[in-house]
Design a protein around this ligand. Structure first.
Ligand code: UDP
Ligand code: MG
Length: 314
């Protein structure tokens, strides 16, 4: 039986110390899987300002199984991963961080689940207590809001350490959106998914995460706006609400003026209420325009219309 081919994709940014450490770790794991699989390692240097690229090239010169892609500048991890994935034609892709936070010993478990029948095998953290208090709270809040307003639900605590079958990769590389989130897009694709529960580890060197709060906040806004149109609809609802209330108020004022004269509303009050009605109408119109914008948004994303999981007798 011919061996199955597995690509290990490593996005790399400012990891000059870690690239060779992670390579050593991978070498320790490969003897266990060598019988059944052939492998390649693909490093993507995401425009690191330090010596990361030089370090990667050194490894490539020694080991022909190691390939490398050098991006022209820093495009962020999501894009770096996509660059790596689109450069391979092999049977499965495993993506993991190059700073050692994703334990390489788990590789064989990923492959075992893949063999069983799963198309996407992904890591899920048991909890995120290791993160700082603020990160913890903001992450919980993000998932809560997202899942509340979006039709597409996200699973908290999953990471980018995942295996994709060729079928999934073929669709993934069709996504054209520039602002992408690897995790959510692969989840969105469906297929047979299996979570492997284990915790992330400390970084190999003592560097810090490249994900600042600002980047994380941007990612959150990005995810919300690319999977949910609720923020857009909200404006329309607000307009409807305002128009409805102020129309009621107008009726009340006119009624009082004509028949009861109990509150003795001034004429200014009528003008003000007419104004709020109009503001409501404007907001409703914005909401309506938003519906069209969302449709345009969906079209320009060019997401695949459907995803085929299996085919028989073709
Ligand atoms: N990374 C990247 N481009 C970036 C930032 C990070 O390719 O702009 C890589 C980085 O080298 C690492 C992985 O993405 O392999 C995760 O990054 P980091 O450790 O900074 O984030 P965290 O561990 O907080 O998720
Ligand atoms: Mg990290």
């Amino acid at each position: 039986m011919s061996k199955k081919l597995v690509s290990i994709v490593l996005p790399t940014y400012k990891e000059e110390k870690n690239v060779s450490l992670i390579y050593q770790e991978l070498l320790k794991v490969f003897p266990q899987i060598k019988e059944k699989y052939d492998y390649e390692i693909i490093y993507i240097n995401d425009g690191s300002p330090d010596n990361t690229w030089e370090e990667i090239v050194k490894i490539c010169e020694k080991d022909p199984k190691v390939k490398a892609i050098n991006l022209s500048r820093n495009f962020w991890k999501e894009v770096a991963i996509s660059a790596g994935i689109s450069e391979t034609l092999w049977d499965a892709v495993i993506t993991l961080d190059s700073d050692g936070q994703h334990p390489v010993e788990m590789l064989s478990s990923f492959l075992d689940e893949w063999e069983k029948w799963y198309d996407i095998v992904y890591n899920k953290r048991p909890n995120i207590e290791w993160a700082s208090f603020i990160k913890n709270i903001s992450s919980k809040l993000f998932y809560f809001i997202f899942n509340l307003i979006s039709d597409f639900k996200l699973e908290p605590g999953t990471t980018d350490y995942r295996l994709l079958d060729r079928k999934v990769v073929n669709y993934y590389i069709k996504f054209q959106e520039k602002n992408r989130l690897y995790r959510w897009l692969t989840d969105w694709l469906g297929f047979n998914k299996k979570a492997l529960i284990f915790d992330a580890q400390k970084r190999l060197d003592d560097g810090v995460s490249s994900y600042s709060y600002k980047k994380l906040f941007n990612l959150a806004v990005n995810s919300l706006t690319s999977f949910s149109m609720f923020p857009l609809k909200l404006v329309g609802y607000l307009g409807f609400f305002i128009t409805f209330l102020s129309s009621l108020l107008l009726v009340l004022i006119l009624w009082d003026k004509i028949f009861l004269n109990f509150f003795q509303f001034s004429n200014i009050a009528i003008v003000i209420v007419l104004n709020t009605i109009l503001i409501g109408v404007v907001l409703m119109s914005l909401g309506l325009i938003a519906l069209y914008i969302w449709k345009i948004h969906e079209e320009v994303l060019h997401r695949p219309m459907f995803i085929i999981k299996d085919k028989v007798n073709f």
